[in-house]
Design a protein around this ligand. Structure first.
Ligand code: SDX
Length: 435
């Protein structure tokens, strides 16, 4: 019996024929049990139907557990609160990739390996040249990450553990360099090469904000906040972009191309694009006096306006990441001596919304995107770069989930079915006979 099999079953009855089907129940280490329907079609001739996967487990995974009712998020058993306050992004990357927090020697080697993969091939610079300077940074990231799949032919055998590992390290290291280059390109400033004497977060800030004309000293407050923001965005179970990476990877596609697919999915305003949309929403609301009007618009089904940064498919009480970010907002703005009226506006919006039955009844609470943009703005990032930062951090999760999937002995290509509602078979109509 495998580690998830139980002696429990579900019995399904076809009420039309009276036939009964026994379905096994599988249990994980945390979270709800699952009904194993892998043989359902063969035994019953029926598919299941769950278009946005609200009740469907797509895989087994040991990386991240979320309890939406209790507001729990943990990576390999460690709470996000502990990791955000006590660990580092590189440690969390190691934890997600290899299953445990690194000891000192492991941490030093991993940080060295990542550091020495931060440079990108000089040919990559030419990919940027094709974009307009005002292209959306996420459009550029989709393109240059896709372009990266044309390199590193020495590490594309995904079934060779060493090649799989070097691809993972290259992706985690280079996505930060590509993100910084994207920012520089949109500004019309020269690219800054990575520096091996800086930590991951320091190096990213250096590549993003330094210019060749003068020395740049990384502000430790910003470096610490950046590292914490990366930790909070690292992985999140089977969200839309992670599921995109897994499905792309299930065909044994090039890992760099799979991450490009994840970037594309994350860009949507319903997903990672929400952090940019939150800032734009706060700027549109403008002042506390306008909050009631916008809350009414958010409730109006005929109005496309939604309260961005609110709601979550899984979290139904609070998003633990939002709590950490809300606290970090105060700290970073205070440390930087910045008084951003958006923070007060956001907190007042949250307060009023959480007293409104529409939001309370639908269990709509601030999610990870509600406060992150305020910190990122204070750190000097343009709003259009916010989702790029999300993609930078989530590349650790995407790569770890991809690696876990490829290492599954029973890897098969993902291929969902459908409920067909189109026309029944009909004879072809020649052009002259069409109305
Ligand atoms: C991320 O999956 C993940 O883990 C994602 C993520 C990660 O780390 O990977 O956590 C990151 O994507 C966070 C979510 C960022 N998106 C936003 O902040 C955009 C605003 N939020 C909504 O679009 C929405 O809440 C979603 C997309 C997040 C969740 O959508 P669901 O689960 O499909 O919920 P739903 O659209 O079915 O909403 C249920 C009800 C509906 O009303 P009724 O039809 O029941 O009357 O709640 C309403 C919705 O209209 N609703 C909102 C709302 N979100 C849901 N109404 C106003 N404003 C909102 N933000």
């Amino acid at each position: 019996m495998s580690d998830t099999e139980t002696n429990k079953t579900f019995t399904l009855t076809n009420d039309e024929t009276g036939e009964k089907y026994t379905l096994p129940v599988l249990e994980g280490s945390e979270g709800p049990p699952v009904v194993d329907i892998r043989k359902l079609y063969a035994e019953t001739g029926h598919f299941t139907f769950d278009p946005s996967f609200t009740a469907t487990g797509s895989c087994k995974s040991r990386l991240t557990f979320i309890d939406g009712e209790k507001g729990i998020l943990m990576h390999r058993g460690y709470s996000i609160e502990d990791l955000a306050s006590k660990s580092s992004f590189m440690e969390v990357a190691y934890l997600l990739l290899y299953g445990d927090l690194p000891n000192k020697a492991q941490k030093d080697k991993f940080e060295h390996d990542i550091t020495y993969h931060t440079m990108v091939h000089e040919q990559i610079n030419f990919f940027y040249r094709g974009f307009r300077r005002d292209a959306h940074p996420m459009a550029i990231m989709c393109g240059v990450m896709g372009g990266l799949s044309a390199f590193y032919h020495d590490s594309l055998d995904i079934y060779d553990p060493e090649q799989r590992e070097i691809s993972a390290h290259r992706l985690i290291a280079k996505v930060a360099t590509l993100a910084a280059m994207t920012h520089k390109y949109t500004l019309g400033q020269p690219f800054m090469y990575p520096r091996n004497d800086l930590s991951f977060a320091e190096n990213f800030l250096y590549m993003t904000f330094a210019v060749p004309a003068e020395p740049y000293k990384v502000n430790p407050v910003l470096a610490s906040a950046m590292d914490k923001i990366f930790i909070l965005h690292a992985d999140h179970e089977q969200n839309a972009s992670t599921s995109t990476v897994r499905l792309a990877g299930s065909s044994q596609a090039n890992p760099f191309a799979c991450i490009a697919a994840g970037i594309a999915s994350l860009w949507g305003p319903s997903h990672g694009g929400a952090n940019q949309a939150v800032l734009e929403m706060l700027d549109e609301i403008g002042s506390k006096d306008n909050i009631p009007e916008y809350l009414e618009r958010a409730k109006d089904k005929d109005d496309p306006f939604r309260l961005m940064g609110f709601g979550h498919r899984v979290y139904k009480n609070f998003d633990p990441r939002a709590n950490v970010l809300k606290k970090a907002c105060d700290e970073v703005l205070d440390d930087l001596g910045i008084d951003d009226p958006r923070l007060e506006l956001a907190m007042e919006l949250e307060r009023i919304a959480l007293e409104d039955p529409y939001f309370v009844d639908r269990k709509l609470f601030p999610n990870v995107d509600f406060y992150s943009g305020i910190i990122l703005k204070a750190m000097g990032f343009p709003t259009s770069m916010f989702t790029v930062l999300f993609a930078l951090a989530r590349t650790v999760g995407w790569v770890s989930q991809w690696k876990e999937m490829i290492e599954e002995p029973a890897l098969r290509i993902g291929r969902p079915r459908q409920l067909y509602t189109g026309p029944k078979s009909r004879p072809y109509v020649d052009l002259d006979d069409r109305k």
